[in-house]
Design a protein around this ligand. Structure first.
Ligand code: ADP
Ligand code: MG
Length: 292
């Protein structure tokens, strides 16, 4: 590729709000066969709302909300903000928290009012031996409709099933259809549960789903997509996406995402939606065609 054609391509891209941080990415992107997408904040708005709250018999809703929200107030996860908002709406005030721990990919734990509180995914409850009983079926049903089921335990007993739902961005479905029209395989990589991830993938026509991954797992997942010498672009927004953005053949950060993601990426989209990915691919293919 000539330096001039690369310069023209990156200039045109910039006018469309697509920033190529190096010219090499413009070339590599034209050879990409797989687009792997982070779910939360990339396919979805990244602002979940609490949609369901089922309290286990023997527990008081007001107690559970106060204890759980007190712990979540210490977390930076968007799920936490949804729970804290809901508790505030029901007039709960927050209690002091001891021994807060954020368990990446699992959830959070702490002590409040002398009680041990755990909130997170099913695997957190499995890890700590909290019995779910029929709450598991309820959680699975929530997942089947694309909601994220969470479980809250107080002193080792399941106190509530909570669901949050993160709306899919209005531009996501059409952008995925265009990626398919361009002959690309579309994959989703998420820390969310298998059921929730599958439901969302079905809604959007996503070809390959990698669910329940820890942040390091995103790097491994990209490695698997690259088997057979395929070139993979990864699109993400979060701190936990940075290693995958750096590993992928082309890392594409959503410009409304975190600084850490933007710094790790080869390409930055000024807009918060996936149309930027479609534009970046068109420009890179067009530029490379003019050269060959
Ligand atoms: P993602 O960004 O794809 O949601 P994460 O690794 O951040 O992946 O989270 C994975 C899962 O861990 C979440 O779907 C949720 O079940 C659980 N989790 C993480 N943080 C929290 C939290 N603060 N409260 C409750 N659950 C959490
Ligand atoms: Mg994200």
């Amino acid at each position: 590729a000539t330096p001039t054609s690369i310069m023209v391509g990156t200039g045109r891209a910039a006018e469309m709000g697509v920033l190529f941080r190096q010219g090499a990415a413009l070339q590599t992107l034209s050879d990409v066969q797989v687009i792997a997408l982070d779910k939360t904040g990339t396919l979805t708005e990244g602002r979940p709302e609490l949609t369901d709250l089922r309290i286990t018999e023997g527990f008081e809703e007001s107690d559970v909300l106060r204890l759980v929200a007190s712990v979540e107030a210490m977390s930076e996860h968007p799920i936490a903000a949804a729970i804290v908002r809901r508790a505030a709406q029901s007039g709960q005030s927050l209690a002091p928290v001891d021994d807060f721990a954020s368990l990446t990919g699992y959830g959070v734990s702490a002590e409040v009012e002398g009680r041990k509180i755990l909130i997170g995914a099913e695997r957190l409850m499995l890890r700590d031996g909290v019995e779910l009983g029929d709450a598991k079926n309820f959680g699975d049903e929530l997942g089947q409709v694309g909601k994220t089921p969470l479980y809250a335990a107080i002193d080792g007993r399941l106190a509530a099933v909570i669901a949050v739902s993160d709306p899919i961005k209005s531009t996501t479905a059409a952008a995925i259809a265009q990626l398919h029209d361009m002959g690309l395989e579309v994959a989703m990589i998420t820390g969310d549960s298998r059921g929730t991830a599958d439901a969302i993938a079905t809604q959007l026509g996503i070809d390959t789903v990698v669910a329940e991954v820890l942040p390091e797992g995103k790097v491994e997942a990209i490695g698997r997509l690259e088997i057979g010498g395929r070139k993979v672009a990864f699109v993400g927004d979060g701190i936990n996406d940075a290693p995958a953005l750096a590993t992928a053949d082309v890392g594409i950060a959503i410009g409304t995402g975190t600084d850490v993601a933007i710094e790790a990426a080869d390409v930055v989209l000024m807009s918060g939606d996936l149309n930027g990915v479609v534009n970046a691919l068109h420009i890179s293919r067009h530029t490379m065609q003019n050269i060959r």
